[in-house]
Ligand binder design. Structure first.
Ligand code: ADP
Ligand code: MG
Length: 321
């Protein structure tokens, strides 16, 4: 039976290239890194727990991918370039086939986004994965949630709602692993390049992990402003429309589905023409609304005027209704 030292050596010690600024990677008591001059370190940590953050029986490679995608998405939302990560893995048994699959998915996304795995921990217990990420951002250039101002345009990347549609397919028991909507759930694309390019353009940014309305609500609360969303402008792919089967379900997935790891950001009018539009490097972006002085989140639909949307502090069930 492999010891944790064997597992670390076999699957993690040399999983990613170390790259510039990493003085020492896995193998000693600590890793050591340098931070370039005039650079801030943006740091975030997330834990994924089986049955809470991913369904039981999720492919270990998908768990590996997603556990790092969450952190990379946080870095993107701050306009930080990925630098290094650490991984604390708790597994019920030394199941080498599972760990090899996990390392495959984790290594694939780490190499795609050029982030170095520099250390970690392997322990036995109920399955859980904790990943810490660190990224570099020039001093004063980080995007925060609190900078949105009245008149700013509100944008979202990609097609939020697809991960929720993928989860619904899985739960309905009629999904194949290569279903594009299920792929959006299991293999999210952190918008790292877009985030870095928004530095100096966006006034506020957040990554969409809990649903577009709820996460935009965090920007509104932190900035002390409100917003009007143009409901007819919300982006929806053909696949999402087809899966929803109707407008109500479609809008619900787009506004309240979680796990998309898209970016929602605000842009002052004078910067909107400078936004990156090269879809092959930054993905698609869509203008979905405008920041207003009135706090709260409203929706505008052509012909129907304004409708109140539960925004900051969205609840699925409001007992006062
Ligand atoms: P310690 O007893 O000092 O905590 P460990 O036995 O946990 O050391 O880890 C030995 C070395 O292997 C350390 O450098 C640690 O960072 C690294 N390491 C442990 N687990 C992982 C992992 N999952 N991925 C990358 N490096 C790891
Ligand atoms: Mg340890």
């Amino acid at each position: 039976m492999a010891s944790e030292f064997d597992l670390i050596e076999r699957y993690f010690a040399a999983l990613t290239p170390l790259g510039e600024g990493i003085v020492q990677g896995p193998g000693d008591d600590c890793a050591r890194v340098r931070v370039p001059p005039d650079t801030e370190l943006a740091v975030s940590v997330d834990t994924l727990v089986e049955s809470v953050h991913f369904p039981e029986k999720t492919d270990a490679a998908d768990i590996g991918w997603k556990s790092l995608a969450c952190g990379l998405s946080d870095l993107a939302a701050m306009a930080a370039r990925p630098a290094w990560c650490t991984l604390a893995l708790t597994v019920p048994a030394a199941d080498e086939a599972w760990i090899a699959r996990f390392a495959e998915g984790f290594g694939a996304i780490a190499r795609t986004y050029a982030i170095a795995l520099i250390g970690g921990d392997v322990t036995r217990g109920p399955l859980s994965v904790t990943v810490q990420v660190a990224g570099h951002v020039p001093v004063g250039r980080a995007l925060v949630r609190s900078g949105a101002r009245v008149g700013d345009g509100i944008y979202v990347s990609g097609a939020p709602g697809e991960a929720a549609a993928g989860l619904a397919r899985l739960q309905g028991g009629n999904a194949t692993a290569d279903d594009p909507l299920v792929q959006r759930l299991n293999r999210p694309t952190p918008r790292v390049e877009l985030g870095a390019r928004l530095a100096g353009l966006a006034s506020a940014c957040i990554d969409v992990s809990d649903g577009l309305a709820a996460d935009l609500g965090h920007i509104l609360a932190a900035s002390g402003v409100g917003a009007a969303l143009e409901l007819d402008a919300l982006p929806a792919s053909e696949a999402l429309r087809a899966a929803a089967g109707g407008d109500e379900q479609l809008q619900h997935w787009i506004l309240h589905g979680g796990d998309d790891y898209e970016l929602c950001f605000c842009v002052p009018p004078e910067q909107e023409a400078s936004l990156p539009r090269d879809e092959s490097t930054v993905g698609s972006i869509t203008r979905i609304g405008t920041i207003e002085a009135d706090v709260g989140l409203r929706g505008i639909r052509a012909g129907a005027g304004r409708v109140t949307l539960a925004g900051s502090g969205y609840r699925h069930f409001d007992l006062s209704e």
